[in-house]
Write a protein that binds this ligand. Structure first.
Ligand SMILES: C[S@@+](CC[C@H](N)C(=O)[O-])C[C@H]1O[C@@H](n2cnc3c(N)ncnc32)[C@H](O)[C@@H]1O
Length: 248
């Protein structure tokens, strides 16, 4: 492992730290996916044998992580990433018996109603889950009492009329979906479908995201616009929104 990547082995995320940082960097699509997954699990429980939908799994690293760390069976579901590529990654990680790659749009899921014990989504829910009718659609696939857990880029409070310049410069359709925990809380609460257990900012979310971007930059895989934005913001507005809710 290049020595620059040693910064990705941290005590805060003991489970993630057992995975090869090079493998994680090679398959990155957003903030460190395993740190986000481990951060979600500080507020959510998965029991061995559960059927779990990992929605917007990207390169399926989180699906492999959930299966290996929590002994659950995972349907690794994503739109953009080729499921054959994910299948190879899953096989190479020794998780072929517990992780099933599926290509699907989150709005047209090919699953039976009531099938899943839990649904997780890391760094993706903001792409497809902001509609007022989406929670009602998605929770059809969860059985009553099942849990939904989300980590997504977020903003601490709804932007005021004037954005700070570092956000103004980077503002666009993607940042518009970086929404506050309270916003999601309201959206979900008004459905009367779920009991919300957590709607907060992941502790250390912004600083770990920045550490991740800086470290990736050292091996040519950084993303300067977000690194500069997080550096300037210093956790004032930006971070990772964490949501956990149980289906009534
Ligand atoms: C930033 S990537 C994050 C991937 C991965 N979860 C991670 O943390 O590395 C966002 C993912 O959302 C998925 N996505 C976006 N729109 C989607 C949709 N309508 N249905 C399913 N997945 C979608 C994309 O395919 C992409 O892999």
């Amino acid at each position: 492992m290049p020595s620059a990547l040693e910064a990705l082995v941290v005590d805060r995320y003991p489970r993630s730290s057992t995975y090869d940082p090079q493998w994680i960097v090679d398959n990155l699509m957003g903030p460190h996916p395993l740190w986000s997954a481990e951060g979600l699990m500080q507020a959510m429980t998965l029991e061995p044998g559960m059927r779990v939908l990992d929605l917007g799994c990207g390169t399926a690293l989180t699906s492999i992580f959930f299966a290996r760390e929590y002994d659950v069976e995972v349907w690794a579901t994503d739109l953009w990433v080729d499921p054959t590529e994910n299948w190879h990654r899953i096989q190479q990680a020794g998780a072929a018996d517990r992780v099933h790659p599926i290509q699907s749009d989150a709005h047209k899921l090919p699953f039976a109603h009531d099938f899943f014990d839990a649904i997780v989504s890391i760094g993706a829910f903001n792409y497809f889950g902001t509609g007022a009718d989406y929670l009602a659609y998605l929770t059809q696939f969860l059985h009553p009492g099942g849990t939904l857990g989300v980590i997504a880029p977020g903003i601490r409070t709804a932007p005021a009329a004037a954005l700070p310049p570092y956000l103004e410069n980077r503002w666009g359709p993607d940042l518009c979906t970086w929404l506050p925990p309270d916003w999601w809380h309201q959206l979900w609460h008004r459905t009367n479908l779920v009991t919300i257990q957590t709607a907060d900012f992941l502790p250390n979310g912004w600083s770990d995201w920045l550490l991740w971007l800086k470290t990736c930059a050292k091996v040519g895989r950084g993303y300067k616009p977000d690194e500069q934005m997080l550096e300037t913001d210093q956790g004032n507005l930006l971070g990772l929104t964490r949501l956990v809710a149980q289906l009534n």
